[in-house]
Write a protein of this length. Structure first.
Length: 127
């Protein structure tokens, strides 16, 4: 966790984010397990960062990949990002992930060669 400013927090989970292409091949129990693990991880990260309850946020998602093997499309990690945002709801940072509370979701291209991780930069949205 790296706090950039009072209204911007960076959360990073050091595991390779799965993609929608990968998810299509999984059994629904395997998908449910991954979603549960990522929700819990991001809820814990948010609590450790002492993130307050926010009315509305903007989120920027960056996948980090240790190598180019299985290079993801931009926004290919959407299922992992969705689970991460659900973790913010579980932690009480957001009341829900509806458009009223999640104002924008931006995906950046994968960063190669800096380990496997998913990073969310969460900033409070202007009302």
């Amino acid at each position: 966790m790296n706090t950039l400013a009072p209204d911007v927090v960076t959360l990073r989970f050091d595991e390779r984010p799965w993609t929608s292409n990968t998810e299509r091949r999984w059994h629904h129990y395997q998908r449910a397990g991954a979603v549960r693990r990522w929700r819990a991880a991001f809820a814990l990260l948010a609590r450790e960062a002492h993130m307050p309850s926010l009315g509305a946020v903007e989120v920027t998602v960056t996948p980090y990949l240790a190598n180019r093997r299985g290079l993801q499309d931009v926004a290919g990690c959407f299922p992992a990002a969705k689970a991460a945002i659900d973790g913010l709801v579980d932690a009480g940072v957001l009341p829900d992930d509806t458009p009223e509370h999640l104002r924008s979701l931006t995906f950046r291209a994968p960063v190669i060669g800096q380990g496997d991780a998913l990073e969310l930069v969460v900033s409070e949205a202007l009302q």
